[in-house]
Ligand binder design. Structure first.
Ligand SMILES: *[C@@H]1O[C@H](CO)[C@@H](O)[C@H](O)[C@H]1NC(C)=O
Ligand SMILES: *[C@@H]1O[C@H](CO)[C@@H](O)[C@H](O)[C@H]1NC(C)=O
Ligand SMILES: *[C@@H]1O[C@H](CO)[C@@H](O)[C@H](O)[C@H]1NC(C)=O
Ligand SMILES: *[C@@H]1O[C@H](CO)[C@@H](O)[C@H](O)[C@H]1NC(C)=O
Length: 680
């Protein structure tokens, strides 16, 4: 940051203060003159009303607490100030050394491509600006763009909205995207709202109670050493010497969409917190345990609505020519807070933001958005019921399980929700009696799905559910017959769509683990764990003996290739040794095989013959890239594999699991759970 930069900041700050004083003055004048229109919005803080000040190229929205400036008619935010502060957004076009992404200010964007074509980023710039409502309690503005046949930009009609409420320390934004029947076919792999904050103000980032810290600076990524892919950089000369030897990678800060409700940054001088609050998961894709980015070095704050992260190409939204589509993304709330105590303990603003998130989530669906496409609570319906699970090996009776996931998504086969990306999804978890209640469902027809931690496979209710405004659907007698053909002979792991229970190594000592105070961190979120397999199994592959081995010590969390030097990788074959006292040669045994992740992999299963033709193969599967992204799961896959009794012997048997695709370090599967049943 040179001297010129500081002057720029000072000048924009001064202008900001002058504007702010002007608003306060104008506001206090108007308060004296007019009585306020009555509505139900209660101010959080005593504040003058919301004001809108429009000039040629920009519009300023202010409520005396927060002040945002947007381009007209584009609708990008160029400035956000809080309580008279300088602009909290970065105003210089800085590269991050992160695949050259350049973020500036704030914008909505989508990446789109024609089938087979290259991805193009479109910042969803408006071409027309309109005030939807303007009064002292609520102001909503809209930036629209209409697609015309023949245009080469993304075939979408766009309505981008910004809402400010009286006394509310922040603002809301949402977007309505629409494509009409007959428009060209194309894909949308990414869609998001993103903010780049001032790097000389914001240094502390918080994602959850554990993952919060002072962060490296963007320039540390440029002076550092790029590792196995451009996102991961070893900090060799960081501004803060404490971070020397750490790796920075935005994927360290990913989280499950169901938990991705608030994250952001705390600044010093001014001491303010800047938070992305996403009060509902209904408009994201792929269901509750799809993972995505949050905040990262930049300082970047984003909310991803559409992405392939931890899932792959399956999650790109793909439109055919004859398809109509319309969807509302958001509103998200940009919350700004301050507290003098945050100067010494920035976490106080995280705690406050978490409380604010609870409050926002509790008022979902919001009553204030004025687009008729945003469905209000009195137009939504409810589904309730009870889910029981029958696994006769465990108990004859169907029994409830706490925390089973129950959800509504576009009609499809069992488990299809994890690929679903055009509609809305509504999920909840059962109580200890298996009861569930899904409120605020947008009218439409859905399949009712469930999956249950502790149980393999997927549940789909016998009939689809149609929701109409204020409808109240009750579904009793939902019984999930857990997949099972015979008694369990042995099992490895816990069926919960994650590999977290297996052995997760420490990272290579070259990479320093960030201490995160004294808080524990999820062990799998470390760089380079894939290289540790070779260290643990330098020439012989993993062998797991039923009855003697322990999966939390002896089952490596990811079935990876082995690096044999010179950038060459070889396939690896794991063995499960087990003893059978008797074998029913005429019956089938069943290998229940659940995968938590797959990336350009092929898993082959052989029985008692390592060189034989595979008894079963998955074929080439998966593009979820979960291992490289420090995830512990991607997309879930479940296979029920018959094994003829004639292939088994009394005494020692071996199942060989070969991950046969060996091109590179990131070809892998992660197992969720393996069980041998039989004889049927
Ligand atoms: C705004 O700034 C003033 C003066 O710096 C301070 O007294 C006041 O507490 C601040 N208000 C908020 C809501 O942060
Ligand atoms: C398996 O290993 C883990 C981790 O070392 C240990 O906590 C657990 O008790 C072991 N389980 C058994 C059955 O020995
Ligand atoms: C065993 O499984 C095979 C393959 O699925 C099937 O063709 C066969 O009928 C089964 N045999 C018995 C006895 O169930
Ligand atoms: C069977 O496997 C066990 C455990 O690996 C081993 O101790 C035993 O020697 C094996 N028996 C035979 C007959 O190979």
């Amino acid at each position: 940051m040179g001297r010129g930069r500081r002057w720029n900041c000072f000048i924009s700050w001064s202008v900001g203060v002058v504007l702010q004083l002007l608003f306060l003055f104008v506001n206090s004048q108007s308060l004296h003159r007019r009585t306020l229109p009555k509505n139900n919005i209660k101010a959080d803080l005593p504040s003058p009303g919301v004001q809108l000040l429009q000039s040629n190229q920009q519009v300023v929205m202010s409520n005396g607490i927060v002040n945002i400036t947007l381009t007209v008619p584009g609708g990008a935010i160029t400035s956000i100030s809080y309580n008279g502060s300088e602009n909290l957004l970065e105003t210089q076009d800085t590269k991050q050394g992160d695949r050259g992404y350049a973020y500036m200010y704030m914008h909505w964007d989508v990446v789109w491509n024609t089938p087979g074509g290259k991805g193009v980023t479109d910042n969803l710039e408006g071409t027309s600006y309109k005030v939807i409502m303007q009064n002292e309690n609520q102001t909503e503005i809209s930036f629209t763009r209409t697609w015309t046949v023949g245009s080469t930009i993304v075939p979408l009609n766009i309505d981008k909205r910004f809402v400010m409420l009286r006394g509310s320390p922040g603002f809301y934004s949402y977007a309505v995207l629409e494509r009409l029947k007959g428009w060209p076919a194309y894909h949308i792999p990414e869609g998001r709202i993103v903010f780049k904050l001032q790097e000389n103000i914001f240094h502390y980032m918080a994602i959850d109670d554990e993952r919060q810290r002072f962060m490296p600076m963007p320039e540390d990524r440029i002076t550092g050493q790029v590792l196995d892919y451009p996102e991961a950089v070893l900090l060799t000369n960081p501004t803060n010497p404490d971070f020397h030897g750490e790796v920075d990678d935005k994927y360290f800060y990913s989280c499950d969409d169901k938990d991705n409700k608030v994250h952001g940054w705390v600044g010093s001088d001014p001491t303010v917190g800047f938070w992305m609050i996403t009060p509902s998961d209904e408009f994201r894709t792929g269901g509750p345990i799809k993972q995505d980015l949050t905040s990262h070095v930049g300082p970047i704050v984003l909310s991803m609505f559409i992405s392939r992260h931890y899932a792959g190409e399956d999650l790109a939204v793909k439109f055919e020519t004859d398809e109509y589509w319309k969807k509302v993304f958001g509103p998200v709330f940009i919350y700004i807070n301050s507290n003098a105590a945050a100067k010494t303990n920035p976490s106080v603003l995280w705690k406050d933001a978490k409380q604010r998130m609870e409050k926002e989530a509790a008022s979902w669906p919001y009553s204030f958005p004025l687009s008729e496409d945003f469905v209000k609570s009195n137009q939504r319906g409810t589904v309730s019921g009870q889910l029981l699970i029958r696994d006769w090996f465990v108990s004859e009776k169907a029994v409830p399980r706490e925390s089973a996931y129950v959800g509504l998504a576009a009609p499809g086969e069992a488990g299809s929700w994890q690929f679903e990306n055009k509609g809305y999804q509504f999920w909840t978890q059962t109580d200890s009696n298996g009861n569930f209640l899904i409120r605020n469902v947008i009218p439409g027809t859905y399949s009712l799905f469930a999956w249950v931690p502790g149980i393999i496979g997927d549940y789909k209710h016998a009939h689809d559910i149609t929701i109409t405004p204020r409808s109240n659907v009750e579904e009793k007698n939902m019984v999930f017959e857990a997949p099972r053909k015979a008694a369990t002979l042995w099992e490895i792991g816990i069926p919960d769509r994650s590999a977290a229970e297996f052995f997760i190594p420490d990272p290579n000592p070259t990479f320093k683990i960030h201490p995160y105070g004294n808080n524990p961190i999820q062990k799998f979120r470390q760089y380079g764990l894939w290289t540790r397999y070779k260290d643990l199994y330098p020439d012989k592959d993993l062998v797991f003996t039923i009855g003697a081995s322990n999966y939390s010590r002896d089952w490596f969390f990811a079935h990876v290739t082995r690096n044999v030097g010179n950038n060459k990788y070889v396939a690896t074959t794991w063995q499960i040794l087990f003893n059978l006292r008797t074998v029913d040669k005429g019956a089938n045994y069943t290998l229940q095989l659940a995968l938590a992740s797959a990336n350009n992999a092929e898993l082959q299963v052989r029985i008692n013959g390592p060189q034989s033709a595979p008894h079963f193969t998955t074929g080439l599967i998966g593009m979820d890239n979960a291992l490289a992204r420090h995830g512990i799961r991607g997309l879930y896959r479940f296979y029920s594999i018959d094994i003829g009794g004639s292939q088994l012997v009394v005494g020692n048997n071996t199942i060989f699991l070969k991950q046969a695709r060996n091109e590179g370090p990131f070809r892998e599967v992660m197992y969720d759970y393996i069980r041998l049943e039989g004889p049927a």
